[in-house]
Design a protein around this ligand. Structure first.
Ligand SMILES: NC(=O)c1ccc[n+]([C@@H]2O[C@H](COP(=O)([O-])OP(=O)(O)OC[C@H]3O[C@@H](n4cnc5c(N)ncnc54)[C@H](OP(=O)(O)O)[C@@H]3O)[C@@H](O)[C@H]2O)c1
Length: 245
């Protein structure tokens, strides 16, 4: 039986690493990000890495309908879904006193609203995926952040959005895990990607968590049996208190 996965934010960073891993494991894949050419190149790389079938569709995650259309594309191509990986996300920094409303709104739209829209659209396929694979069930894996668990100055909007995502995974588990659909929020400190490049003068890049480490966590999650549910995994950075990004 071929398992399948849908991955947002697959063009770069953590999402790309996860897509390459699942390709290597033989998952059929649907991938999304904003630019057609990036996805075309990615699809070729995923096939080279072993994916039996790759489909892609561009979507801006601020657009709920475009996000749901990616799920419809997966439905058309695969019919069921075993792993939904929500890695598409955006960060913003600024103190609460000064943070413009439009930046707060965009942070929530990309990180939270899209996740809700995609999960809602994908739930029937995730349930069907769990039925078709009673050994593993199916998984929603959302990239949250350690800032959604422990507050960090200047990251109010980002932290609140990631806390919302963690809560969404908890409720998903409460509602769906008996049917074999489990949700996990991965909440890492700084991971060395484009997203954390702004802070390498204060947090050296080589002290950051590596994409391969988050990929290892995902490898474990897709390997777990259906009676094992892990709601949240906090990944700290060595050399810190464990309570900071
Ligand atoms: N890096 C870190 O330190 C860190 C730590 C904790 C959690 N995270 C979380 O992990 C996830 C992945 O982060 P990353 O470090 O891999 O970031 P990244 O390298 O900046 O990649 C972000 C991904 O999200 C996509 N994306 C961004 N805005 C989008 C939008 N409006 N519509 C559609 N796609 C959009 C990007 O696609 P495009 O090619 O279209 O831009 C890209 O594929 C994010 O949710 C992030 O919040 C990251």
């Amino acid at each position: 039986m071929m398992r399948s996965a849908l991955i947002t934010g697959a063009s770069r960073g953590i999402g790309r690493g996860i897509a390459m891993e699942l390709a290597g494991q033989g998952f059929g894949l649907t991938v999304t990000a904003r630019r057609e050419q990036d996805l075309k190149d990615l699809a070729a790389a995923l096939k080279d890495n072993g994916a039996p079938e790759v489909h892609y569709r561009t979507a801006d995650l601020v657009d709920r309908e475009a996000s749901a259309a990616v799920v419809a594309e997966h439905q058309r191509c695969f019919g069921t879904l075993n792993a939904l990986v929500l890695s598409g996300g955006v960060g913003t920094a600024g103190p609460i006193g000064d943070l413009p409303a439009h930046r707060f709104d965009k942070t929530f739209a990309v990180n939270v609203d899209s996740a809700m829209a995609i999960i809602q659209a994908a739930l029937p396929m995730l349930r069907a995926g769990a039925e078709a694979d009673p050994t593993h069930g199916s998984r929603v894996i959302a990239l949250a952040s350690i800032t959604g668990v422990y507050a960090e100055p200047n990251l109010a909007a980002y932290g609140a959005a990631k806390a919302a995502l963690i809560s969404l995974m908890e409720t998903l588990n409460a509602e769906e895990s008996a049917r074999g659909v489990m949700g996990t929020a991965i909440a890492p400190a700084f991971v060395q990607t484009d997203m954390s490049a702004w802070t390498t003068d204060t947090v050296p890049a080589d002290s950051m968590i590596q994409v391969s480490d988050i990929v290892a966590v995902v490898r474990m999650l897709v390997d777990l049996g259906r009676t094992a549910s892990i709601t949240k995994i906090v990944v700290g950075r060595s050399g810190t208190s464990g309570y900071q990004a």
